[in-house]
Ligand binder design. Structure first.
Ligand code: ZN
Length: 292
């Protein structure tokens, strides 16, 4: 069995062919340009492959309402050329195989629960912190979609009084997670990319303060058993202990559970990064074939 998988990102598209054990047999990537140019490369990759099903893990926002006539289309993405683009329909019609689509972060949490940092768990959040912030949520073993899909990147945060950035960089919200804690927010705040910030820069403690608030919300709202953090900003692994320290302080001793006593195994790095989304796409394809 051959499974096609696409991780559709705002800056690049990554394609892969996997077998049923999720081993990637071939991969290819191309930069994300206009939908027309980009889809030519994407479909070209799959054209000569005899895939049995296709899974798409995409950036969002995306219409995932099964009864919607625009199911699988991107909606109000800031990437204007892609707004309203019928990603799912274009691929399904071109490849003529069973096709599944979900957010890149939902695909990532599916992959991490199946093969990575949250194996055996049924309640898990995968948070990506990079150009944007997004979260994929599994509750009681099911991926959560809800009315649209959760938007962890846009939950409001308490802005630190010591934050030199008086307004977050999100065009929609003054103090949301993405506006205050994404890579671009760090770049704007400190006038250099996060990757250039020295180890002892106070930027990291501020970043941990914001990310801990997202973790706190996840624990208090959906009682997640593990929080997996991936994405470019999380390459700075010193953030993990800092986030745990802030989180512990914010919890204030309220939640009583064995897992809370062990924040080292509650807030963890992604195991499969940077392939979580690609593997998740293949898992979506496999689920589609299984009739899920
Ligand atoms: Zn926002």
């Amino acid at each position: 069995m051959l499974l096609g998988t696409l991780e559709a990102g705002g800056t690049k598209m990554v394609m892969g062919i996997a077998d049923e054990s999720m081993k990637m047999l071939r991969t290819f990537s191309c930069p994300t340009r206009s939908p027309e140019e980009t889809m030519k490369d994407v479909l070209g990759f799959f054209e000569n492959e005899k895939i049995d099903a296709m899974g798409i893990a995409t950036f969002g926002p995306v219409d995932l309402n099964l009864s919607s006539p625009t199911y699988g289309s991107l909606t109000n993405t800031p990437k204007l050329a892609w707004r309203d683009f019928a990603l799912y329909k274009t691929i399904r019609d071109a490849l003529s195989v069973p096709c599944a689509i979900d957010t890149d972060v939902n695909a990532a949490v599916l992959a991490e629960v199946s093969f990575g940092a949250a194996q055996g768990l049924k309640n898990c959040l995968y948070l990506t912190v990079g150009t944007g912030i997004g979260g994929g949520l599994m509750c009681e073993g099911s991926l959560v979609h809800g009315m649209i899909h959760p938007e962890w990147g846009h939950i409001p945060l308490n802005r630190s009084e010591d934050d030199p950035l008086t307004r977050g960089v999100c065009p929609y919200h003054a103090v949301c997670a993405e506006g205050l804690a994404s890579g671009p927010s760090m770049q704007t705040r400190w006038a250099m990319p996060a990757s250039d910030l020295p180890e002892d820069h106070r930027a990291w403690d501020l970043e941990a303060f914001y990310l801990a608030q997202i973790c706190l919300t996840a624990l208090l709202t959906v009682s997640t058993e593990r929080i997996i953090l991936g994405g470019g900003v999380m390459h700075h692994t010193a953030l993990f202990p800092m986030i745990r320290t802030h989180l512990n302080h914010m919890l204030g001793g309220y939640l009583m559970h064995e897992r809370i006593k062990d924040l080292d195994s509650l807030v963890v790095p992604a195991d499969l990064y940077p392939n979580s989304g690609l593997i998740g796409g293949a898992l979506l394809a496999l689920d589609k074939l299984s009739g899920n």
